[in-house]
Design a protein around this ligand. Structure first.
Ligand SMILES: *Cc1c(COP(=O)(O)O)cnc(C)c1O
Length: 377
């Protein structure tokens, strides 16, 4: 294929070595220092990170866990949800959200999302039954849901809110951070997340002392502060090393968010006039939302052809969840019919959004996308 735009580049969707390389000196220092101390499991570094994280988002409690999937599961269990209960989730989420509910013995009920790709409050309202116990919104793509609308539904029906904030660290609704609404929330530190560690990691955040105590025990064999077994538990602790890796990155996190918002602004400036694509809300598009752009998920006409065209030009893109929203996973027993989400998944595509991108890279992606639809550079 002939690319006649600015010189051909290679723009991978995500650059995993860069997770290590961008803080290599600090990683090596932390590794050596903690290794020499022999401080591998639940040591001061994990406690320090839990404190930094709780302060950063504005909750009294944050607990390091092995990954966000476990964290969500603990939050569901910690809220007392079990057999016979239903929890409403967005179909546009990772299967992990639904699995967290399933393994508590309860039934995840996927519903449609709205035009911003986040769970649609009207769809939530219509899915409420007399078995519904909780709403578990996903703060998708680094954007926090309209929590006022969800809270109003929760209040009307006596439901609990649990947040899947795996993609939401630092994003806000009306000045309040994802992970601070509701009974409990989980955040992921998977390497490709905005705050990523060198492996798996996660945290549960909560305002509730009871939830904090339950998760504290569940992640560590049911043991309380005195090391006594006080309840049934599992083993899902945030590695002390990973916590140290995360703690120094969290200090730089506001700069990371600024850069990602700048990239989103650049995409928006360069692609807004392309009628064949629908862009995510631009940074500052409304006063209620502060988005951190975990992903830059567009809707595109002729999505598959565009994806191939970009690939031929050296640009990596991704369709979220391998192209399958939760309700389409019939093998897991889902029977819902969600036409809006079905259509969205024929159109959704994530453009590169990461800290390795230069402005030239973003401009190149925009040049090639414009060329595909026949727009001038
Ligand atoms: C990444 C992710 C998870 C799972 O996080 P892990 O830390 O990998 O378990 C759950 N939900 C959403 C929306 C995610 O993006």
């Amino acid at each position: 294929m002939a690319i006649t735009t600015s010189t051909q580049r290679v723009v991978p969707f995500f650059n995993y070595p860069s997770v290590f390389r961008s803080y290599k000196v600090q990683f090596m220092q932390a590794f050596s220092e903690i290794g020499e101390r022999g401080a591998f499991i639940m040591q001061q570094d994990m406690c320090r990170f839990e404190k930094s994280l709780a302060e950063f988002i504005g909750v009294p409690f944050a607990l390091g866990v092995g990954n966000a999937t476990d964290g969500l599961h603990f939050a569901v269990r910690g809220a007392g949800i079990s057999t016979g209960d239903e929890v409403i989730v967005s179909s546009h989420t990772m299967i992990a959200t639904a699995a967290a509910v399933h393994f508590a013995g309860a039934t995840p009920i996927p519903v449609d999302c709205g035009s911003d790709h986040l769970i649609d409050p009207a769809a939530v309202e219509s899915a409420v039954t007399n078995r519904t116990r909780a709403i578990m919104p996903t703060q998708l793509n680094g954007r926090t849901c309209n929590m006022d609308a969800l809270q109003a539904i929760a209040n009307r029906h006596g439901l609990v809110i649990l947040e899947d904030a795996a993609q939401g660290l630092g994003s806000k609704f009306k000045g309040r951070s994802a992970g601070t609404f509701g009974e409990g929330a989980a955040i992921s530190f998977y390497p490709a997340k905005v705050l990523g560690c060198l492996g798996d990691g996660g945290a549960v955040t909560t305002n509730s002392p009871e939830m904090r105590d339950r998760v504290y025990q569940m992640r560590d064999h049911g043991r309380n502060e005195n090391g006594e077994v006080a309840s049934w538990g599992l083993n899902s602790r945030l590695d002390n090393l990973q916590a140290a890796f995360l703690d120094f990155q969290l200090k730089d996190y506001p700069n990371v968010i600024s850069r990602r918002r700048a990239i989103a602004k650049l995409y928006d400036d360069r692609l807004r006039d392309v009628a064949e694509v629908v862009l995510p809300p631009a940074p500052g598009a409304d006063d209620d939302h502060f988005d951190i752009y975990q992903n830059y998920e567009i809707e595109a006409e002729s999505r598959d052809e565009l994806k191939q065209y970009l690939r031929d030009a050296g640009i990596g893109t991704l369709i979220q969840w391998g192209g399958q929203p939760v309700h389409q996973m019939k093998v897991l027993g889902f029977t819902q019919d969600l036409p809006y989400t079905d259509r969205l998944f024929t159109r959704a595509l994530m453009l590169p959004m990461n800290m390795s991108l230069s402005d030239e890279d973003v401009n190149y992606v925009c040049d090639v996308l414009r060329m595909f639809y026949g727009y001038p550079q």
